[in-house]
Every structure is written in structure tokens, then in C-alpha cells.
Design a protein around this ligand. Structure first.
Ligand code: ADP
Ligand code: ZN
Ligand code: ZN
Length: 682
């Protein structure tokens, strides 16, 4: 019998492809690049991607294992998709299989060949399950229409920043542009596919409902980490087979197979969630731009507070900038932003449990008028730490350089870094004092205080703790949208994207810490966060007898220029100044960075490894900074250190990383190390 050799990419840390033998029945077709294949690997059977089919190999035939089954029923993954994975693997310095395989539905691996057809048949259901009442597109205003037309009629690679204030109707622009492109492609044999990325799973339902209502009869697939395996398989297949025309998803959707992709939209493109923070540390936004470039299609990056990287490209003309300066709903205006000075000497601001009298009065007014308020505090739990007044003991995590956070409702102390938890001690572990005090405030404590201040108020807290159960976040947001909540308290989960109709007040409780962070990106992030959360207020027109929309920020530093920029909703000036600072200080986007991290039992071992890593290569044009312990040095009994590498040229940095990583892979060490290209938290 004839045979051939399959070169297969597998999800392993080993940076090469594996050869397998494949026997060809007489007359049977040869396997193809892009097909999936089941192979033996160690004691397991795993799924791999065929990257090449050869007649021969250097490995002696009797040393080769045979592949088990080729998934010939499934259309091969396209050359475009493989190129995307190859690019990501190359750019982020990871093996191809680690990029390509984890994004594929697990069920593709498990399925026996026969049942694959049955999967495929189920597809028709993806659409049928969700029948929505059709909903007319609103008449776009001039700026929206111009933006939608520009996007839809663009030809070739056309990266566009849709820079529109919160509530300016960016979503409508996306949907209209999508509608035009879909309508246009109807005559084609290959109807267009449109990928819409959102930063957060909790934003998909609202958008999904919107999209379904606008596009009755169009198959829509959703891809995010909240799907059950079966659903994931169905939706992935719908996209892969080109049947789903609109694909909504979080960052992982950028690696999905989309054979007829004609437009990519990245909503809230500045959002940190587009960056994967473990394993393959990719930026979905950056990959989206690369994918659009490769396919020569338009891409829209939408935001009221673009990332400085994107802003820089827009300023330099590399990206086209389309602007929406006004809120779309008639008479809806951006909220007035006020600062509550917590340091003012006279008349001193009265505080009740961390909430100022001014803010309480504003909340009371909203309650009386039947309007909603939102309190934003980016810290979950009851209090970030508990302490003993008499001996100075504080609740440190024994495994991390972090505090144990008090979770009063479940009576636990919990480490948010390693997951360690214990019961709240009845008395101080060192001196026996029974009066342990919570220090500082988290969302649970604010909820408790507000319930005391406003016993009759319907208060809802939304954070990672309150929404652990699948579907609970959605239920919570629905309750808010139905108007059954007076005061919403939440972390950044509530600050993004949501279109609350009856919300006229936003209070921000404790934003100051970010002003003095060691991380040069902290002020960019804080500014975006404040603008975004402020943007939740006043999205509908002011009602007669209703309140004007308002944002109140409690701060000890009311003179800080960042707050001045927030007050005047002036992203332009703020961004321009930040960019100038970055240029002077030689920070991205003016230079390119990579971060080598090392983990060991002791910090010295990690640091020694990084010093060795510096010594093992000599490369011109590369700046190696001193290895330092990470800010959060110890997590789960492991010490962590980092080494920042910088270069003024991206290609030069890439060339260096290739050589360097290859050398590091040869190095014998027990230190666990990993590389991050374009790091964001340093
Ligand atoms: P953004 O994403 O820019 O913050 P949205 O797309 O959520 O804004 O739109 C804000 C609100 O304005 C939504 O309630 C939306 O239905 C409404 N809206 C958008 N465009 C129009 C329009 N042309 N006419 C009337 N209302 C609109
Ligand atoms: Zn004590
Ligand atoms: Zn810990």
C-alpha cells in the first residue's frame, strides 16, 4: 500500500511539527494541508493540524507512528487561517500548535468520524433557536451615515478609527456598515462574513439581541469562553463553513476560521481585555489588524478613548479617523463631571462609610425621581485587608506578596492572586485580640453601607463574585435594564459599553491610587475607565422634571490634570500630552518591548537566570534593562522576576527574539520562563 508523511502541528510546548505515517487506500485522496488529524501522542490520542504532506522524511519509517484518522469530512482550514496562526506563532514566539489547536472546539477531537456529519446537520438550528422581533434601523444622523458609508465602501486594507464619544451611536454605524456589506455580497457565490469583537462576554447578549433584530434570517454565531462545548462546536462550525454571516465574540474569536471574512469590527478597541494575559499572550486587536491586512479588507477600531497606539496611528495618518462628536439620541448630552474634594478643610465634606454627603444627596435625589445611579469602585470583596489594632498584625497571604481580602458574606479571607482561602479568624493570630478591623472598602462593604443609608433602596452589586454562576451576570443586567434597581454598585464590569436608559448619576469612589502607579500605562487606563463609566450616564434625553446627568468623583487630588481632562471630556488634549510624554521618555508606541519572566522558588534563582539570559547573547541595537523582581513578587509560593527588552525597531526586536529564544531553549535550567511580546503590565 502507498503511504505519505503528514507533518502535524500539535498543542505542545515543543517548537516543531511531528511526522506521522498515513497509508493510502488505493484510489483514496491524499490528505491536505489544513485538515485536522487524530494522532497518537504519548499515551493519548490528540488532534493536530496537518501543515504539510510529504512523500518522504528523514526519520526512518519504522520509527514513525501512524496517524489514526484524518477528518476529511470537514473542509480544510484555509490557507489564510493557517497563515494567521503562523504569524501569531512567529510574532509571539510560540509553537504553531499552541496557537492553532486550543482555539478549535474540543469536540472536534473527541468526535468519531461518523458523528461529525450529525454535528454539521445541527447547524440549521443555530439560527432557528433565536428568533427575534425585527427592529427597524434608526435613521442615522449625518456623522453616523458618513462613517457607515466610508467603512462599507472602503476597498482593500482600510484601517479606520471610529472615534465617537460615549453614546454617539457607534454600534449603529457598525451595523449599518455590516448591512451594506452583506447586501452587496448577496450576488456573490460566497456571501460575506463579518466579525464583531467585543471586550467582555457580558456585552455580547445586548449586542446579539440588537444584531438579531436587525438581521432577521441571517445566521449569527457567537464565540466566547462562556459557551458549553456543544454550543462552541456548533457556532465554530457555522463560522468555519461560511454559513454564519455575522460572528460576535470576545478576543478568542479572532482566531476562528472565517473563510469569507469581509469586515472586522473591534468595539471598545482600547479595552485591556483584548490582551490575553496567560499562555499565548496575544493582542486580539493587533491580530485583527494583521488579519485585515492579510485579507485586504476594512477594519474598524471603535472607541471614545482609543488606545494610545491606535491614536498615534490615526494622528500619523496610518489609520483613517472618523469622528462622532455628539450623542446620537436627540437631547442626550454628555454628563457634567464634578469632583468631590475629600481633603477640603472647610466646610469639610461629611463622610458616611466612605461615601460623601454630596454624593449621598445626589443619590437621594435620583431615588426620589425614580432614576438610577451607578457607583463604581474597582475593588471587589468587603475590605482589601483586616488588621489588628493592638499588635499591628495584618491579613497577609502566606503564599503571595498580597493581602487576604475579607469576604464578609461567605465569612472567608481570600487571596485574589493564588486562590488561597481561610475562615475569618475569631481573634488576632499573634496577640489574641478579638477586635479585628477591616481596612479600606470593597464593593460588598459599599453595598452594606448604602443599604443602611437607604433602607428602602433596591441595590444591586455586580462584580466577579456576584456573577460566578453562568447566566447570572446577564440576569443582573436585565434587572437593571427593566428598571428594578435604584443603585447599581460595581467594578469595571459595569463600566463598559452598557446602554442604561434611565441612569443619570455615576459616582466614582476611589480612583486616586492609579494616579501614582509605577506603571506608565496607569493614567491612560484610569482616564479611559473614568470616561467609559461616565459614559453610562445620561444616555437618554433628560426627562421633564428629571435630573441632568452627572458624574461625581471622590478624590484627594482634585487639582490633578487627569481630572481636569475628564471634566472637560477632552480626550484629544489628554492623549496628545500623554503621547508627547511617552515620546520623551521612550515608551511605546515609540519603542517596542518584550518581557522575559522567570519563576523560581527563590527570587535569587529567578534573577540569576535572567542575568544569564542577558549574558548568553550579544545583539546590536537591543536595550536590556536590569532584571528586577516583579511588583507582585511572590504568588503561590513562587518568586517572579522580569527582564524588559527594548528596541526602536519592531523587525530588529523580532529578529533578536528569534535568536534569543532559540538560545534560551537550549539552556539547562529549572527556572520556568516565558516571553511576552508587547507586554502591557510591566
Ligand atoms: P456608543 O456605542 O457610541 O456608546 P450606542 O451605539 O450604544 O453608543 O448608542 C447609544 C444610544 O443611541 C443607543 O440607545 C442607540 O439606540 C441610540 N442611537 C444610536 N444611533 C441613533 C440614531 N441615529 N437615532 C436615534 N438613536 C440612536
Ligand atoms: Zn494582634
Ligand atoms: Zn495568595
Amino acid at each position: 500500500m502507498e503511504h505519505c508523511i503528514l507533518k502535524v502541528a500539535l498543542d505542545t510546548p515543543l517548537d516543531f511539527c511531528f511526522d506521522y505515517l498515513w497509508s493510502l487506500e488505493p484510489g483514496a485522496p491524499r490528505p491536505l494541508r489544513g485538515q485536522l488529524v487524530l494522532v497518537p501522542f504519548g499515551r493519548r490520542e490528540v488532534m493536530g493540524l496537518i501543515v504539510a504532506v510529504h512523500d518522504e522524511t528523514d526519520v526512518p519509517l519504522d520509527k514513525l507512528k501512524s496517524a489514526i484518522a484524518v477528518r476529511a469530512q470537514l473542509a480544510p482550514l484555509s490557507a489564510e487561517w493557517i497563515a494567521l496562526c503562523e504569524f501569531a506563532a512567529d510574532y509571539y514566539q510560540r509553537p504553531l500548535g499552541e496557537v492553532a489547536i486550543p482555539g478549535l472546539p474540543k469536540n472536534l477531537r473527541l468526535l468519531k468520524t461518523t458523528s461529525l456529519d450529525k454535528a454539521i446537520k445541527k447547524l440549521a438550528k443555530v439560527d432557528a433557536i433565536h428568533d427575534a422581533t425585527p427592529f427597524a434601523m434608526p435613521q442615522l444622523n449625518q456623522a453616523q451615515q458618513a462613517a457607515a458609508d466610508t467603512i462599507a465602501t472602503a476597498s482593500g486594507f482600510a484601517p479606520t478609527l471610529l472615534y465617537g464619544v460615549t453614546g454617539s451611536g457607534k454600534t449603529e454605524v457598525y451595523l449599518q456598515a455590516a448591512a451594506q456589506i452583506l447586501a452587496h455580497s448577496k450576488e456573490d457565490d460566497n456571501p460575506a462574513q463579518i466579525l464583531i469583537l467585543v471586550p467582555e462576554i457580558n456585552l455580547t447578549p445586548q449586542l446579539e439581541a440588537n444584531v438579531r433584530a436587525r438581521f432577521p434570517g441571517v445566521m449569527i454565531a457567537t464565540l466566547h469562553s462562556g459557551l458549553a462545548e456543544g454550543e462552541r462546536m456548533t457556532h465554530w462550525l457555522a463560522a468555519h463553513l461560511g454559513q454564519a454571516r455575522i460572528i460576535l465574540g470576545t478576543r478568542l474569536a479572532i482566531l476562528s476560521s472565517l473563510p469569507h471574512l469581509k469586515l472586522i469590527i473591534v468595539d471598545e478597541e482600547h479595552d485591556p481585555s483584548y490582551k490575553q494575559q496567560e499562555g499565548l499572550r496575544y493582542s486580539a486587536r493587533d491580530l485583527a489588524v494583521w488579519r485585515a491586512h492579510q485579507l485586504s479588507i476594512p477594519i474598524v477600531l471603535g472607541s471614545a478613548t482609543p488606545s494610545l497606539e491606535t491614536w498615534h496611528h490615526a494622528q500619523s495618518g496610518r489609520y483613517r479617523k472618523l469622528e462622532l462628536r455628539e450623542r446620537a439620541v436627540k437631547d442626550a448630552v454628555l454628563p457634567k463631571v464634578g469632583l468631590i474634594d475629600l481633603e477640603r478643610k472647610a466646610p469639610r465634606e461629611q463622610m458616611i462609610e466612605g461615601v460623601s454627603a454630596t454624593l449621598i444627596a445626589a443619590l437621594k435625589l435620583r431615588m426620589e425621581r425614580g432614576e438610577q445611579s451607578l457607583l463604581f469602585l474597582n475593588r471587589r470583596g468587603y475590605a482589601p485587608v483586616i488588621a489588628c489594632d493592638s499588635c499591628g498584625w495584618i491579613s497577609n497571604c502566606t503564599r503571595c506578596s498580597a493581602f487576604l481580602v475579607l469576604h464578609k458574606l461567605d465569612k472567608r479571607l481570600r487571596c485574589h492572586h493564588c486562590g488561597f482561602e481561610q475562615r475569618i479568624p475569631k481573634s488576632c493570630p499573634t496577640c489574641g485580640n478579638v477586635d479585628l478591623q477591616p481596612l479600606g472598602r470593597g464593593t460588598q462593604r459599599v453595598e452594606e453601607s448604602l443599604q443602611q443609608i437607604f433602607p428602602e433602596a433596591r441595590i444591586m452589586r455586580i462584580d466577579a463574585d456576584s456573577t460566578r454562576r453562568k447566566g447570572s451576570a446577564q440576569e443582573a443586567f436585565d434587572t437593571v435594564h427593566r428598571g428594578e434597581v435604584d443603585i447599581l454598585i460595581g467594578t469595571q464590569m459595569v463600566a463598559k459599553g452598557h446602554d442604561f436608559q434611565n441612569l443619570t448619576l455615576v459616582g466614582v469612589l476611589n480612583p486616586d491610587t492609579a494616579l501614582f502607579s509605577h506603571d506608565y500605562r496607569a493614567s491612560e487606563r484610569l482616564f479611559a475607565q473614568l470616561m467609559q463609566v461616565a459614559g453610562r450616564a445620561g444616555r437618554a434625553a433628560q426627562k421633564e422634571g428629571g435630573s441632568a446627568s452627572e458624574v461625581l468623583i471622590q478624590t484627594r487630588y482634585p487639582q490633578h490634570p487627569l481630572y481636569a481632562a475628564v471634566r472637560s471630556h477632552d480626550y484629544d488634549t489628554f492623549a496628545t500630552e500623554l503621547l508627547e510624554e511617552r515620546q520623551q521618555a521612550n515608551f511605546p508606541p515609540f519603542i517596542y518591548q518584550a518581557l522575559l519572566r522567570a519563576e523560581a522558588k527563590e527570587i535569587k534563582i529567578a534573577l540569576d537566570f535572567l542575568h544569564e539570559a542577558i549574558a548568553c547573547v550579544d545583539y546590536p541595537g537591543i536595550t536590556m534593562n536590569d532584571p528586577i523582581p516583579m511588583t507582585m513578587t511572590r504568588v503561590a509560593n513562587v518568586d517572579r522576576a522580569q527582564l524588559l527588552v527594548e528596541c526602536t525597531s519592531r523587525p530588529a526586536l523580532q529578529a533578536f527574539l528569534k535568536v534569543w529564544i532559540a538560545t534560551l531553549r537550549q539552556m539547562k535550567t529549572r527556572v520556568r520562563w516565558s516571553l511576552e511580546v508587547d507586554p502591557v503590565d510591566i
